[in-house]
Write a protein that binds this ligand. Structure first.
Ligand code: ADP
Length: 253
């Protein structure tokens, strides 16, 4: 039995007349990487906001690190960190100063030691005393990830972590995310990039028209989509083909 980091049951959310979440159910195991896929406007950010206590649901329950988001939001906030699409890095400060600032805000005892350990972990020691404004996109995103780990929260939410990065920088970030999960941190990420889910996620869920319409490992999702025989070569479907087939099937119903 694996321990559960996030459990969502029958979650509903509407904005006035717009029903965005219409009964979402999902489970995320501790120490795994979970990718939530969905088209633009599917409701991914709405779900992340509810799970991170920034928004109240209308109905249903969400338990994060054992705490109910509706009745124990302060405990949930202590258990998580949220990294959005727009990085929280202060450009005027150096990498080390950015990290020390967060460590001080979190009332940690030895902010410099905490900062230096994270700089080493994310390969930023040489750049520690340079202003973040001089960092490349990949370095900035690594600094942002490092900042979200100050105080070592057990659950990390990453909302589109590699949007706007070049391919090399994306691979750098993927490596760091994999290392975090190997170290026992649970990662809940949203992405529109299907190859990102394919590369990183232990489990993938597809949010479409307010519900999770498919979820499982990549292998399980591939089974939903029988491989096409092309002469003598069996063609493996990409996640993109599976995604389009699944949402297409739904829309055709
Ligand atoms: P995603 O992150 O998958 O792109 P969102 O959760 O941001 O989707 O948005 C889902 C839907 O809800 C969209 O149609 C969006 O326009 C709408 N929406 C999001 N936030 C609000 C809000 N505060 N008020 C009204 N509608 C909203």
């Amino acid at each position: 039995m694996h321990n559960i980091a996030i459990q969502v049951n029958d979650l509903h959310k509407s904005y006035k007349k717009l029903d965005v979440l219409k009964g979402v159910n999902l489970t995320v195991e501790q120490g795994s990487i979970f990718a939530l896929l969905g088209s633009n406007g599917a409701g991914k950010t709405t779900l992340v906001k509810i799970l991170t206590t920034l928004l109240n649901q209308d109905r249903g329950t969400a338990i994060v690190n054992g705490f109910d988001v509706a009745s124990k939001p302060a405990y949930v906030r202590q258990s998580i960190s949220l990294t959005g699409q727009f990085t929280a890095v202060d450009e005027i400060l150096t990498g080390q100063e950015n990290l020390m600032m967060i460590a001080k805000l979190r009332h940690l005892k030895q902010p410099r030691q905490v900062a230096d350990a994270l700089l080493t972990r994310f390969g930023l020691t040489d750049a520690a005393n340079r202003r973040a404004a001089t960092y490349s996109g990949g370095m900035r995103r690594r600094l942002d990830l490092a900042m979200s780990l100050v105080g070592t929260p057990p659950i990390l939410f990453l909302d589109e972590p590699t949007t706007g990065l070049d391919p090399e920088a994306r691979i750098e970030v993927w490596k760091e995310v994999k290392k975090l999960a190997d170290g026992g941190i649970t990662v809940f990420l949203t992405t529109q990039y299907l190859d990102e889910a394919e590369q990183l996620a232990d489990r993938i869920a597809i949010l479409h028209e307010g519900k999770i319409i498919a979820s499982g490992t990549l292998t399980e999702l591939k089974k939903l989509f029988p491989a096409a025989e092309v002469e003598y070569v069996e063609k493996q479907p990409t996640l993109e083909e599976i995604f389009l087939a699944i949402i297409g099937k739904k829309e055709g119903q």
